[in-house]
Each structure stands twice: as structure tokens, then as C-alpha cells.
Design a protein around this ligand. Structure first.
Ligand code: ATP
Ligand code: MG
Length: 583
């Protein structure tokens, strides 16, 4: 490609709304152009990266036996009503109407359509397993589209769906995808971690997220440096404390805490460590709003003051298997306790209010909590003496792990780092196939629901994640496998020197011949402008040809990560690059 024919469109400044480096650099380098909130054009420079990401995914998906199709962007609501998702999914699902007033959705994923295809195509166990995938535009009306392609509303996803005859076979399909994903992410040349993720109501351990490590990542990921244990924060297990509950040593006392409503403030006022306090959160469990549904139930959740509630773990408490959970409103709390949420505690709580106690909180002694009276807390609170010991069915792992916790693998302690979720693989079981009656005839001729899995990769999020991980103050630094161009040739003074023109073109032609993704910058720009542009764009390999270098029979080579250029005799340039360029 020659720059004079391409669109090289760089900016010195990033727009105001670009908060993170990948967003800034993608706009500045002309990779993407904003059209609306979370909606971008993929400009020629950006599309080259996206296409390379797609090509790697395609190769590895096919190697793993998945087959490509494309499902419609606009999908009839009827299919989505079969699974109930048309009603259940919130405003993230974009619903539209056609001229006949029929409802449609723009696909946020495609479980319904692919299951519809499977129930028509697959009749017998002999046709299983099958894995269908597409690389397609998705639309999700995200509450907060931001960070450019990182969280767009319109974006590209690779979504694959496996169909199997039994849970065991589905497990095999899942394992095949798990290893295909590792190959894919290895080939992107990024530092990543596959972490265990929560698999929702289905249970089991068949859900993993692929997280690109980056300080700006939205997700907290938990790992043990001494083993291969890794999980996302939602899933990471806090081990039960090993110590026994200490004896009570302090009397129960009522303490004035006139304006102290947080554990931090109360601990500071009373001069006790934060770990000595307990926070009490009120959650409401409701069945669906139909008439005759049981009245809402209130739960008091107790955690050590320095710990944070993990809502995914809370939702897994067996009692909550059905219905919805939400935090109580301030008004409800006032009504029940006669005081605000900053002064609550389990001692003397309203009658019949259930307790849910984190395992750490259950083993505390001499603790501090609210007195259920505005302006007061209790100190020296002890289980057994001041309130009944929590029952086993009241004690759960309910908190987020913290760095330094013992690892569930038993081999070390947990560390926490930030990650960007670029892929997610998931065993679905028969959730969709049962809802949509997607059955096949088994060996005995009996109809069975197909076992499904789904496997996503954020195709347009990936380049953003790659940039978050690989950049410097000059711009992006692409891993070679997904760089928009692998090599750029910058001739200096080509308009003045025939020799420079001839040599630069000769090198360019040889590179093209070798199949490299090469860019010849024939725009006639000054060296400073050329260098700044290609450093911003992050092309890994650069060759400079100038009158001066040609006088000594060399070209100057510099990798985007090299501090300095190296001189290469002209005759050796191509063989040198052949040793460097892998793709
Ligand atoms: P997130 O937690 O980031 O919202 P998700 O759990 O909704 O992700 P999935 O439904 O599992 O995501 O989608 C599969 C992949 O699609 C994700 O791993 C992510 O890489 C990508 N993805 C999801 N939402 C977006 C978005 N709004 N913009 C860009 N990529 C996205
Ligand atoms: Mg989401």
C-alpha cells in the first residue's frame, strides 16, 4: 500500500470525551470516527486491524471444527418471545417496529436464531456435535457507552454456539473452544489470563473469561502467583477463616456516634480498627409482581467493616433461587428500624428479620455495629452472649476477596489485578433448547434437548485492549500479528533524489512480493511528520532511506520498541527483515 493512495489522517489532539489512552490513540491515528454515542465508523486504518483479528479467529475456529454462518442483524421478536428474553431483557435490547407494526430486535447476541436453525437442521444424534459461529455486528444499548470501541453500542463480536447430544459431549466441545481461545489469544501477542467466571444459574465450573491485563481494565481479576488459580472477582472464593471465634472480653456498651454513619467514621471515633466493625445491609427479596405473590422479605446482611459485599454470591444463597433481590430503600429502612441506614445492627433488629452472615463476620468477637437508634452504635458485641449464634443456613461466603487472602488452591495467597474482558466462554446446558424445543433423536430414537455452549470474542474491543497494554508517549505499539501494517518504508527527500525514489520503491516491491503488509510513505512529507505519524500508528518495523544513508550504502532500520535505528547494508535489508517479520 502506498500512503498517497491510502487515507493517513492523524490528529495532534484527542477529543475531549476520550478518557483512556486507547480511545485517544484510535481517534488520533484515524482508526475510528465517531458517529454517535457508542457508534463508530471503522476507518481504513482501523479496519485493517479488525480484519486481522477476524482472520486469526476464523483460522482457529475452523481448526477447532466450528462452521461459519451469518445470522440477521434484525431478528423477529417472536423468537425472542419463545425464550422470554424479549420481555426479560432490559433496555440494552434495542427493539424496533416495521411498517406492519411487527416487533423486531437488533441482535445483541444470537442464541434464539441459532437455536431456531439447529432445531430445523439437526434431527438425529448422528448430526451432532455442531458448532456454528459468526463474526457479526451486534447492538447493545449500553447504559454508559464509553472508551471508544471498548464499550460501544454497535460493535463486532465473534459468537459461536455449540450443540451436543449430552452434557459430557458438551463438556468436550467446551474444552475444544477453551483451547482454541488460548491459541487465538496467544496469536494476538497480548498478555492475558483465562479466569474462572460465574456461570449463573446453571452452576458447574464451565465458564471462563479471557482478560487482557491492563491497569485501566473495568474488571478486577484474582489470581494466585503460586498456582494457576485465577477467577474474576464475582467468582473468586473467600475461604472460610481457619481460626475459632475468640472469647468475649468486653461488655456490651452503647456508644454515642452522633454523625458517624460509616464503619470508617465509627471506627475512627471509637478508636478501634475497621476490622472490629460490622456493617449491616438490608436487602429485599421479592417474588414477581403478580397478585398473590408472597410479601417482600427483608434480610440483614452482615459483613466485616473492611469487607465488600459480592452481590453475585448473595444472589446464590439458595433461598433466592427464585425472585428478585434489591437493596432496601431508605424509606423502607426508616419504617422498619426508626433510624437511617447508618445506624443498623443485628442486636434488637425488627422481629422476624432474617440474618445472612459472611463467614468472617460470623467468627468475630467484641465487635462494633449500629444500635438501631439514630446517633448510636454498640461496642463489645458478641455472638451467643448478645445475640443468637448464626445458624449454618445463615452463614455464607458473601464478600469480595481481598489481596492477601489465602488462595482456594491451598498453595499461596491471592493477588488482584485489572483486566479487560475480551472473550467469554460458557456452558449453557438446555436453557435455550428446552425453551425453544430444539430436540434431536438419540440412539434409542427418543427426543432429547440439545446441550449448548456459547463462546464470544469482542472483536472490536480487542484492538482497544491491545492498545491499553501496548503504547508509549508517542503512540501505539502493535503486536505484529494485528498491526495495520507490519513495515513502513519512509523515503526522505524522494522528490529531490531519484536514487532515493528508486531504492525505496525497490525495497517496497520486494516486501510486497514476500507478502508483507508494507506501507510506502510516498506522501512527500517532512521526516518529522512521517516519523510522528507512523510512531503514533504504531507500525512495528520501519525502514528509512535517504540520500545520506544511500551514500554509505545502507538503510536505517528501527523497531517501534528500539531506542535507536540500526544501519543495514542495502543488500541485506530484506534478509534481515525476513528474520524479524513473522507474519
Ligand atoms: P461486559 O461485562 O463487558 O458488558 P458481557 O458480559 O456483556 O461484557 P458477553 O455478552 O459475554 O459480554 O459478550 C462477549 C464479548 O463481547 C465480551 O467478552 C466482550 O469482549 C464483548 N463485548 C460485550 N459488550 C461489548 C460492548 N458494549 N462493546 C464492545 N465489546 C463488547
Ligand atoms: Mg454487558
Amino acid at each position: 500500500m502506498k500512503a498517497s493512495q491510502f487515507l493517513v489522517s492523524t490528529l495532534k489532539e484527542a477529543p475531549q470525551d476520550a478518557e483512556i489512552v486507547s480511545h485517544q490513540l484510535m481517534i488520533r491515528s484515524g482508526m475510528i470516527k465517531k458517529l454517535g454515542a457508542g457508534i463508530y465508523s471503522y476507518m481504513p486504518m482501523g479496519l485493517r486491524v479488525i480484519r486481522k483479528v477476524e482472520a486469526i479467529i476464523r483460522q482457529e475456529m475452523e481448526r477447532a471444527g466450528a462452521i461459519e454462518l451469518t445470522m440477521p442483524l434484525v431478528q423477529p421478536a417472536e423468537l425472542w418471545q419463545e425464550t422470554g428474553r424479549f420481555e426479560k431483557m432490559g433496555p440494552e435490547l434495542l427493539r424496533i417496529r416495521d411498517r406492519h407494526e411487527r416487533d423486531f430486535v437488533i441482535q445483541p447476541t444470537s442464541e434464539e436464531v441459532v437455536t431456531d436453525i439447529a432445531r430445523q437442521e439437526i434431527k438425529s444424534y448422528k448430526q451432532l456435535p455442531k458448532n456454528f459461529y459468526q463474526i457479526q455486528t451486534k447492538f447493545r444499548d449500553e447504559r454508559r457507552p464509553r472508551f471508544g470501541l471498548m464499550r460501544g453500542r454497535e460493535f463486532i463480536m465473534k459468537d459461536a454456539y455449540s450443540f451436543d447430544a449430552s452434557p459430557e459431549k458438551a463438556r468436550e466441545s467446551y474444552a475444544t473452544m477453551a483451547s482454541a481461545y488460548r491459541r487465538i489469544f496467544d496469536r494476538f501477542g497480548l498478555q492475558y489470563r483465562a479466569v474462572a467466571a460465574d456461570s449463573g444459574a446453571i452452576g458447574g465450573d464451565l465458564s471462563e473469561e479471557f482478560q487482557v491485563i491492563a491497569a485501566t481494565g473495568e474488571d478486577a481479576i484474582v489470581f494466585c502467583a503460586q498456582s494457576d488459580y485465577a477467577a474474576n472477582m464475582e467468582k473468586a472464593q473467600a475461604l472460610a477463616p481457619r481460626h475459632a471465634r475468640a472469647q468475649a472480653t468486653r461488655p456490651l456498651a452503647r456508644e454515642a456516634t452522633p454523625s458517624q454513619t460509616t464503619c470508617e467514621e465509627v471506627a475512627a471515633l471509637l478508636g478501634v480498627p475497621l476490622q472490629q466493625t460490622v456493617k449491616s445491609l438490608i436487602w429485599v427479596h421479592e417474588q414477581s409482581g403478580e397478585s398473590g405473590a408472597p410479601a417482600p422479605e427483608f434480610f440483614m446482611v452482615l459483613l466485616r467493616g473492611d469487607h465488600e459485599l459480592n452481590e453475585v454470591k448473595l444472589a446464590k444463597v439458595p433461598h433466592f433461587a427464585q425472585g428478585q433481590l434489591r437493596l432496601a430503600h431508605a424509606k423502607e429502612i426508616e419504617g422498619l428500624f426508626g433510624c437511617g441506614p447508618g445506624f443498623l445492627g443485628p442486636v434488637g433488629r425488627p422481629q422476624g428479620m432474617h440474618l445472612l452472615v459472611d463467614r468472617d463476620a460470623a467468627l468475630m468477637s467484641d465487635w462494633v455495629c449500629g444500635a438501631n437508634e439514630a446517633g448510636f452504635h454498640l461496642s463489645g458485641v458478641n455472638w451467643e452472649r448478645d445475640l443468637a449464634l448464626p445458624l449454618p443456613e445463615e452463614v455464607y461466603d458473601l464478600r469480595n476477596v481481598v489481596s492477601g487472602d489465602l488462595s482456594p488452591c491451598g498453595q499461596g495467597t491471592l493477588s488482584i489485578e485489572r483486566g479487560i474482558e475480551v472473550g467469554h466462554i460458557f456452558y449453557l446446558g438446555t436453557k435455550y433448547s428446552k425453551a425453544m424445543n430444539a430436540t434431536f433423536l438419540d440412539v434409542n430414537g427418543k427426543p432429547q434437548a440439545m446441550e449448548m455452549g456459547c463462546y464470544g470474542i469482542g472483536v472490536t474491543r480487542l484492538p482497544a485492549a491491545a492498545i491499553e497494554q501496548n503504547h508509549d508517549d508517542k503512540g501505539m505499539i502493535w503486536p505484529e500479528s494485528i498491526a495495520p501494517f507490519v513495515l513502513v518504508i519512509c523515503p526522505i527527500g524522494m522528490d529531490r533524489s531519484e536514487e532515493v525514489r528508486v531504492q525505496a520503491h525497490a525495497l517496497y516491491e520486494q516486501a510486497v512480493e514476500l507478502g508483507w503488509d508494507v506501507m510506502l510513505d510516498d506522501r512527500g512529507e517532512r521526516p518529522g511528520v512521517m516519523f510522528a505519524d507512523w510512531e503514533l500508528i504504531g507500525v512495528p518495523h520501519r525502514l528509512v532511506v535517504s540520500d545520506r544513508s544511500l551514500k554509505s550504502g545502507v538503510a536505517e532500520y528501527q523497531h517501534r520498541r528500539d531506542p535507536q535505528a540500526t544501519e543495514l547494508p542495502l543488500g541485506e535489508v530484506i534478509s534481515f527483515l525476513s528474520g524479524k517479520i513473522q507474519h
